[in-house]
Unconditional design. Structure first.
Length: 281
């Protein structure tokens, strides 16, 4: 489980979808003055260099965030996500890509808090270094995020965004996501929970989404982005999805209007498409 390093994939199409949806949710939470927590169960390193090291091996960011940054016709709310990327780069460059902890920190206000969990020792060390000096507002622990989440719920301020983004290297991760959310909703039913998952030619992702839809919650949203035709050999990720429990009520309309532009930019072949399903009362 500890072999996964997100640096190989930083800034790819999956990061774009994940961090765009995260930015939309945090922007919504910022509309109210009341403070909130962000809890990131699989935080990673927090920041990724794109000009050398792991990211240069496959250069996945070139068909991901770089395509959005090169466009001059993006919807305003997509631009707000890119502001979080531009904030860690010099003007006009793309040398660094912010992971979900830094995306969250970009939107955080002085009275909000960020709780981070990361089990990989090297990534945890980098995460600590990145947020050094900000321990009053941002706390990172080298703990299994599924266990760490239990200790955070319910948060004392009763407002929270939870991002669950495991590597899914083990099949058990899919069931752990469902079990974790079952427990989390008992502890804190009104939280907003975001689950990222890969699109693969195997049954586990679809079965997990079906199980999430059946968690007896009335408000959910599922957005999927397919960037290419599934490979003939049955291997590889051909897209990804975000499942959101208790989403902002405006989220379906925002995604319906902005995902066509994102899909056109990130699509690798004619099969590129997005699919949006939701139930919001």
């Amino acid at each position: 489980m500890l072999s996964y390093r997100h640096a190989f994939h930083a800034g790819n199409h999956a990061d774009v979808l994940k961090h765009y949806v995260l930015s939309l949710v945090l922007g919504y939470f910022n509309q109210k003055e009341k403070p909130y927590w962000v809890i990131d169960t699989h935080a990673g390193a927090g920041m990724y260099a794109l000009t050398d090291g792991f990211a240069q091996k496959n250069r996945e960011f070139e068909t991901g965030v770089a395509r959005l940054m090169a466009s001059d016709a993006l919807p305003e709310l997509v631009q707000r996500y890119l502001e979080a990327v531009n904030a860690v780069n010099t003007e006009g460059s793309l040398q660094l890509y912010p992971g979900s902890p830094q995306i969250s920190a970009h939107f955080l206000r002085d009275h909000d808090k960020l709780r981070l969990f990361e089990l990989h020792p090297n990534d945890f060390k980098l995460l600590q270094q990145h947020f050094a000096g900000k321990h009053r507002q941002i706390k990172a622990e080298m703990v299994d995020g599924f266990h760490g989440l239990k200790a955070c719920l319910p948060p004392p301020i009763k407002r929270a965004v939870v991002l669950i983004d495991p590597p899914y290297e083990l099949k058990e991760d899919y069931q752990r996501v469902v079990s974790s959310l079952q427990d989390s909703l008992k502890r804190f039913a009104t939280g907003t929970y975001l689950v990222w998952y890969p699109l693969l030619q195997r049954p586990e992702p679809g079965a997990m989404v079906q199980a999430l839809q059946q968690l007896n919650t009335q408000n959910w949203l599922d957005i999927r982005l397919q960037v290419e035709q599934p490979h003939a050999d049955g291997f590889g990720m051909y897209g990804s999805g975000m499942f959101v429990i208790n989403p902002p009520w405006q989220l379906p309309e925002i995604l319906s209007s902005s995902m066509p532009s994102i899909t056109e930019l990130l699509g690798l072949d004619a099969s590129a498409q997005f699919n949006l399903e939701y139930a919001i009362t």
